[in-house]
Design a protein around this ligand. Structure first.
Ligand SMILES: Nc1ncnc2c1ncn2[C@@H]1O[C@H](COP(=O)(O)OP(=O)(O)O)[C@@H](O)[C@H]1O
Ligand SMILES: [Mg+2]
Length: 371
């Protein structure tokens, strides 16, 4: 089976690396100006820009049997046009909903799923003390302004802590397409990663606990620590409801805030996700393989795991020496050029208890990441 992936980043790379042992072959669509280093050597790279003939693109991709996508901000017109040639999973409607924060929140609201209160298309000034969506609760400082699209790794969002921040933000911001969201003093951040097959079967990975720094994922631990069973069940039921309503096929990630034993959905990712990278070492079937199994109609693999797992992102650092790897850690380096704040690779750790997992992870941080 031949699969084409829209996007040439590390997620495409890891999808291909997981699919090659299954006998799948790959090709990639690079949009204008896209760096394709991550996928070099893994299949044909076809360059695309609006206006080019879709039929020609399909031919140069090697007439794939299925097309999938590694990025949220995909060109909807492109994936919709490609559907004329072969199935595209997840379906373009799922991307249309998830790539825009307001549409995503409206969908959550229509399903009765709690998310942080917000206003849409209103100045920060008018949003403070205003009645917010979806439950008409008043917003109060601090808040966070987020553009509705083009946001990732904390980009295009601004925390407004006081009246001066609010006034400054309103002076330069374009209110046309942003939300102003209540800042949530959460206890933890977690993500639920689940997979839905062509036969509508759903499997859930254990809930993952995530730590972000300046909006960018720094590390994950799975299963998340001290989460009551009911909350795990709520997370699974919630993502199932979302995937069913979108008739979704593939891996989806749901990022959540845990607040006093309640779950608030922060955002959805209609793709394999950074907080699921630990599954490469810690799960019977990793998220990348399960995504490919789902979209190809192959029976899903077990999402079960023995022991505990962790992941540390390598952000803006040179490739660490392999000498720093412990017997239970593995390096995934993405082949990108080193740039400040850029995700360049990650390390996965496995262990049989949290204490020694933490020891392994902090030993790595101290030897490899401390300047
Ligand atoms: N309303 C909020 N309250 C508290 N923290 C937030 C809020 N919104 C975002 N954050 C923090 O910023 C991170 C990135 O925000 P997110 O909405 O997930 O955007 P991105 O698309 O950049 O991942 C979150 O994981 C969280 O740590
Ligand atoms: Mg996020």
């Amino acid at each position: 089976m031949h699969i084409a992936i829209v996007g040439c980043g590390q997620l495409s790379r890891m999808l291909a690396l997981a699919g090659i042992p299954l006998g799948f072959s790959f090709s990639f669509i690079a949009e204008e100006g896209e760096d394709s280093r991550c996928v070099e050597g893994l299949g044909t790279i076809s360059h695309w820009q609006p206006g080019l003939a879709i039929g020609d693109l399909y031919q140069t991709l090697g007439k794939p049997d299925i097309i999938t996508v590694e990025k949220e901000q995909v060109d909807i017109a492109l994936v919709t046009a490609l559907q004329e040639y072969c199935p595209v999973y997840p379906n373009p409607d799922a991307f249309r909903t998830c790539q825009h924060r307001y549409r995503e929140k409206q969908m959550l609201d229509s399903l009765g799923i709690p998310c942080s209160p917000y206003t849409y298309r209103q100045s920060a000034q008018r949003s403070i003390n205003a009645l917010s969506l979806p439950l008409s609760l008043p917003l109060s400082l601090p808040v966070v302004a987020k553009s509705c699209s083009e946001g990732y790794d904390g980009k295009n969002q601004w925390v407004l802590k006081n009246a001066q921040d609010v006034a400054e933000y309103d002076q330069w911001a374009n209110e046309e397409d942003h939300i102003i969201e209540q800042w949530i003093p959460f206890d933890k951040e977690v993500s639920q990663i689940s997979v839905r097959g062509l036969n509508k079967e759903i499997h859930h990975y254990p809930l993952t606990e995530n730590q972000h720094q300046q909006g960018i994922l720094k590390q994950s631990i799975a299963p998340a620590i001290d989460i009551p069973t009911e909350l795990v069940k709520t997370a699974q039921d919630t993502i199932s409801k979302i995937m069913e309503s979108l008739d979704y096929v593939g891996i989806m990630a749901m990022e959540c805030f845990v607040v006093e034993h309640n779950l608030l959905v922060n955002e959805l990712a209609p793709r394999v996700h950074n907080s699921g990278h630990w599954t490469q070492s810690g799960s019977h079937t990793c998220q990348f393989e399960n995504h490919l199994r789902a979209i190809s109609g192959t029976p899903l693999g077990s999402t079960g795991s023995g022991g505990v797992s962790g992941m540390i992102n390598l952000i803006g650092t040179n490739k660490p020496s392999l000498d720093v790897l412990s017997p239970h850690s593995t390096l995934h380096w993405y082949n990108k050029s080193v740039r400040d704040g850029r995700k360049l690779g990650h390390i996965n750790f496995t262990d049989n208890n949290y204490e020694s997992l933490h020891r392994q992870m902090s030993a790595f941080t101290q030897t490899a990441l401390t300047p």
